[in-house]
Design a protein around this ligand. Structure first.
Ligand SMILES: O=C(O)[C@@H](O)C(=O)COP(=O)(O)O
Ligand SMILES: [Zn+2]
Length: 213
């Protein structure tokens, strides 16, 4: 007989599976990064603080009410406010992924890039999955001011890059947030590989046509 899993059980398993996949493929390291997902009730599941994304226990994820009160599970990620801010600004968001992926972190440290949109649209897939990438000024991890600064940039973009820290990406589903975060990292890698070369990114018209799809 096929067991029918509840939405929450499915989402818990998915968070652990996505975390393991990202960790195993070196998209984040140690106990860096955090993941959250929103249930249709508005309640949120988040990864616990100091947990490795490679070894999450679905039953120990932190659960929050729709109003942001910690209800159960382990002590939540110190970026819980940041995740909640993303959901406030992005009404369509069903999940948020934050990583310390190496190439994106490197881009977050470079001086002199366009802080309203750090990476050029090198490929169609980047334009479709990520779009624009604003820089959020530096604040220490877990600082309440970091959450406010993210909210300001998230109004116009589902993906932001925290200065000297890493990407935060919202998606309608956890898979969408995961794929967009991976695309951001690969494009950051391409951008660094191509520094010093003459490049031909997509034009504004080509990018805008893809963003509408
Ligand atoms: O960079 C940090 O300290 C946090 O943003 C992070 O990535 C991991 O913190 P926890 O989710 O509290 O473990
Ligand atoms: Zn972090």
């Amino acid at each position: 007989m096929t067991a029918i899993l509840s939405e929450e059980t499915r989402l818990r398993d998915e968070i652990a599976g996505v975390g393991r996949s990202l960790f195993d493929r070196l998209f984040t390291f140690g106990s860096t990064g955090n993941i959250s997902a929103r249930l249709s009730s508005g309640e949120m599941l988040m990864t616990p603080t100091n947990a490795s994304l490679g070894a999450l226990d679905p039953g120990r994820l932190s659960k929050f009410s729709a109003e942001g009160v910690h209800l159960s599970g382990d002590k939540p990620t110190k970026e819980a406010f940041l995740h909640q801010c993303m959901y406030c600004e992005r009404q369509d968001a069903g999940a948020v992924v934050h990583l310390h992926s190496t190439h994106a972190v490197a881009v977050s440290i470079i001086e002199g890039l366009d802080e309203a949109d750090l990476l050029p649209p090198l490929t169609a897939y980047y334009a479709m999955r990520v779009g624009r990438l604003p820089l959020v000024p530096y604040y220490p991890p877990g600082d309440a001011a970091l959450a406010g600064a993210v909210a300001e940039k998230a109004r116009d973009s589902h993906a932001v890059l925290l200065a000297n820290h890493g990407p935060v990406v919202a998606g309608a589903t956890l898979r969408e947030a995961q794929y967009a975060t991976e695309e951001l990292e690969e494009t950051a890698k391409l951008f660094l590989m191509l520094r010093g070369e003459r490049i031909r990114p997509l034009t504004a018209e080509q990018r805008d046509a893809l963003a509408r799809k």
